[in-house]
Design a protein around this ligand. Structure first.
Ligand SMILES: [Zn+2]
Length: 695
């Protein structure tokens, strides 16, 4: 063994056995080993396998085999922990070194995805300043910070509106710049938190610098030295120190923000508070990537290489599930830990898939043209494509074994069905938001003020031309008519009397002209009274207005009491994109589903397809400004659709319009030409590619 290696006793592992850490000062690397390996290494100088086995059996409660000794030996060679005395070993080592020096392309690629720049050896500086910051880790200060956090959060909830408003105000160029500067400051403090805490427990901190993950800079501190700490609590404290620093800043700045009057100081406190809250809560605590949260979880569970071990278990479970290989479990865990690791690995895969896809899209949009798509593709390949491909390749390697299992057949069948569903043209549905319209044939208004004598039809009832809908009466007019009739009778009597008496004869012309006037007036009033009977002018459906009309109610002139809708003109309108409209032809059947289901689904037939795009959307109810799906821009009081859309008109197969009141928004599903589900998406992808390839 190399004699520059150092051996430290480490923490006890979950099984309750001690562990040790081998430290390689030349490369600043740590290797954790278990009890068996330790006992073997202690007797390495015996050089004979059977002597080592014998001595361990004599001196300890352990029993080791020759195979275990061989394993330890291979481990030492693989990690360059042994002295190379033979030429063959040296040559091997050179080859391994060369294999590590990958090709230039590979290195560039990897460099874009991840690289580190060490900037500073802070060990001396930390030593000099440690005493000045020790109080930050004291119990008193921690308790005070909890109190500050508590009060700050209460104040925050009381001033929540003002907080969110300030947050929205920050979305400007200067705001983003301020956030950038604050974030850098906070991250430096975060790293110093780790470094000082490590130093406090006596670890050396050889390097601090910047690491780049997908071109995104992140500060890092080399605290590998904590592996030699035997106390798990101390290691956890070093790991949590960054988050603790940020939470401390978050707590104090939140309280300061809440207490200060408006001004520059309040704004700075706001910046600090939001930056630390977001970076701590959203990023650092997450155990899904290799941030602090992950290392803390790993230490807390006492499971080094948590990700790899969870992934191995997840991969194993997936293969068993797909192929029923009956391979042994990679590691044995308790039931609850097994479940946890399995869930953990699947959640991480999902999380990474979504996150890296999101980052790739951002890279694609924000980097200039030839670079953006290339870098985005590289990232998707590296973080999503490559792991997937590695697994599929592993299946390919195991193909003989896989094909011998009956479970594989089932998986292939299910897969075939799924692929079939995706590529076979089985889906004839063309679906879009549409409107069902019933045009108004007659609007019913009150001709003269009056009282309701009779309501003859109910809202929603069918009516035919000439049918009485409502009878009004007007006591004023009735009284006037009565008095006119009386006056007419009087005049007629006077006229017959005048004709009998000669001395009255000269009054006759006056009386006759008065009688004529009275007759004209009463004819006029009779006509007005006749109007008080409100009748339908066409066949259709009567729909009452919102007013609740009853016998005896008074109505003012020109009040709208309802309308008659022309049922023969009931139609539905939808607006389709070119790719969809191509699949629809006149005569296709369709179904209208009303929004919120106010009427039963209505069967329709396509009667017209426009060959020109719609320039003015007459069905305003479908426009985005009214909560519809069609994006429009308003130009000179016209609603111009943003996309090229074609109007399709449909008619009900059976003219039934129960409960349709003028217009009703809903979804129209037309059964047109079938298409495959994948085809639609592939066409869309091809269209995007065609558009974007033009760089
Ligand atoms: Zn950290």
């Amino acid at each position: 063994m190399r004699d520059d290696l150092k051996l430290y006793s480490g923490p006890y592992n979950r099984a309750g056995t001690p562990t040790w850490t081998i430290y390689d000062p030349a490369r600043n690397l740590y290797f954790q080993i278990g009890w068996v390996s330790f006992e073997i290494l202690c007797r390495w100088q015996l050089r004979q396998v059977n002597q080592i086995v014998q001595q361990i059996a004599d001196e300890t409660t352990l029993e080791v085999s020759a195979a275990q000794i061989q394993e330890v030996s291979e481990f030492l060679v693989k990690h360059d922990l042994v002295l190379h005395t033979h030429q063959a070993q040296t040559i091997q080592k050179c080859q391994r070194y060369r294999a590590q020096q990958q090709g230039l392309a590979q290195r560039l690629l990897h460099g874009y995805l991840f690289f580190r720049i060490p900037l500073w050896n802070p060990d001396q500086w930390l030593n000099r300043h440690l005493d000045k910051v020790r109080w930050l880790g004291s119990r008193q200060f921690t308790l005070l910070t909890w109190l500050v956090l508590f009060v700050g959060l209460i104040e925050l909830s009381r001033q929540w509106d003002s907080f969110t408003h300030s947050f929205i105000d920050m979305f400007s160029l200067t705001g983003l710049f301020s956030y950038g500067v604050t974030l850098v400051m906070v991250k430096v403090l975060h790293e110093l938190g780790h470094a000082f805490t490590a130093r406090h427990f006596g670890c050396t901190v050889p390097r601090m610098g910047v690491a780049f993950l997908v071109m995104f800079p992140m500060a890092y501190t080399d605290v590998n030295d904590v592996w030699k700490l035997a106390d798990k609590r101390q290691r956890l404290l070093v790991g949590a120190a960054g988050i603790r620093t940020e939470l401390t800043i978050a707590a104090w700045s939140t309280l300061v923000w809440a207490l200060l009057p408006a001004g520059v100081l309040k704004d700075s406190a706001f910046l600090l508070a939001t930056t630390t809250w977001i970076s701590t809560v959203l990023i650092n605590v997450s155990p899904f990537m290799r941030f602090d949260g992950y290392f803390l979880l790993m230490d807390w569970l006492e499971m080094p290489n948590l990700h790899q071990r969870a992934f191995a278990l997840g991969r194993w479970r997936l293969r068993e599930w797909l192929f029923g290989l009956k391979h042994p479990v990679p590691e044995h865990f308790s039931r609850s830990r097994y479940q946890f690791l399995l869930t953990f690995s699947y959640v991480i895969w999902l999380y990474r898939f979504v996150t890296f896809l999101g980052i790739a899209l951002m890279v694609y949009w924000y980097f200039p043209k030839p670079l953006g798509p290339i870098l985005g593709a590289v990232e998707i390949y590296w973080f999503i494509g490559k792991p997937l491909w590695t697994e599929i390749y592993a299946w390919f390697e195991m193909r003989k074994e896989i094909m011998s299992r009956s479970r594989s057949l089932k998986t292939v069948l299910v897969l075939a069905v799924l692929i079939g569903i995706a590529i076979l043209p089985w889906d004839p549905r063309v679906s879009a938001q549409g409107v069902l319209k019933l045009p108004v044939a007659q609007t019913l208004t009150v001709p003269a003020s009056g009282m309701i004598a009779r309501v003859s039809v109910m809202s929603g009832q069918q009516v035919s031309a000439g049918q009485e809908l409502m009878q009004l009466e007007s006591p004023d007019l009735a009284f006037e008519l009565a008095s006119l009739t009386k006056r007419q009778q009087q005049l007629e009597q006077q006229i017959s009397l005048s004709q009998l008496l000669n001395r009255e004869r000269q009054r006759l012309p006056v009386l006759q002209s008065q009688l004529a006037n009275v007759k004209v007036d009463s004819a006029r009033i009779k006509a007005q009274l006749a109007q008080l009977q409100i009748t339908a002018q066409t066949d259709g459906k009567f729909v009452a207005s919102e007013l609740d009309l009853r016998q005896g109610d008074w109505l003012a002139e020109r009040t709208i009491i309802g309308k008659v809708l022309d049922e023969s003109a009931l139609s539905a309108h939808v607006y389709l994109e070119q790719s969809s409209v191509k699949r629809v032809s006149v005569g296709d059947t369709a179904v209208f589903y009303a929004e919120s289901g106010v009427i039963a689904p209505l069967a329709l037939t396509v009667v017209r397809i426009d060959s020109d795009t719609t320039r003015n959307l007459t069905d305003g109810i479908l426009a985005s400004v009214h909560g519809g799906d069609v994006g429009i821009t308003e130009k000179e009081s016209q609603r111009v659709p943003e996309d090229a859309l074609y109007q399709v008109v449909l008619r009900p197969q059976v003219p039934d319009s129960n409960a349709v009141d003028n217009e009703l928004r809903g979804r129209v599903v037309i059964y047109g030409k079938s298409q495959s589900w994948l085809g639609d998406h592939l066409r869309y992808a091809a269209a995007i590619f065609q558009r974007e390839a033009g760089f």
